[in-house]
Design a protein around this ligand. Structure first.
Ligand code: SF4
Length: 127
């Protein structure tokens, strides 16, 4: 079952289309992927490194919060965990909640924001 819907959202999401996508939600314009301490611990553990090493190499501190670093390649920004050769997330099983919840984000209840994202993401099904 690849068609996902969620109460309160006007669209559906066909996750099967993610397999034919070049990772549009993990690359493009600069953005923020917020990570909680618990998530950073899980990812560090997955990578087999200490939390402090993870913080140094993979996140930026933004006020009291942390976001994943990005890498600029040929004019676009890639999430540090996006592998452009495979177009896959290197930490997919333990990716941050923000990534897991995409596209069911409160900001995408706003039609203008939703239509912007739809230009990139073909898995969002408008009704
Ligand atoms: S953590 Fe993975 S799913 Fe989330 S933006 Fe980065 S590459 Fe994409």
């Amino acid at each position: 079952m690849s068609i996902i819907s969620q109460e309160g959202y006007s669209f559906k999401f066909d996750s099967s289309k993610c397999f034919s996508c070049n990772g549009a939600c993990c690359r493009g314009e600069s953005g923020k992927v917020w990570v909680l301490i618990e998530e950073m611990e899980k990812i560090a553990n997955f990578l087999g490194i200490e939390l402090e090493e993870f913080k140094r190499d993979f996140v930026k501190k933004e006020g009291e919060r942390y976001s994943l670093k990005e890498i600029k390649v040929k004019g676009e920004y890639l999430c540090i965990f996006f592998n452009p050769s495979t177009c896959r997330c290197e930490i997919y099983p333990i990716r941050p909640l923000q990534c897991k919840q995409f596209p069911f984000w409160p900001s995408l209840k706003n039609k203008k924001n939703l239509y912007e994202v739809c230009k990139e993401c073909k898995a969002i099904l408008l009704s």
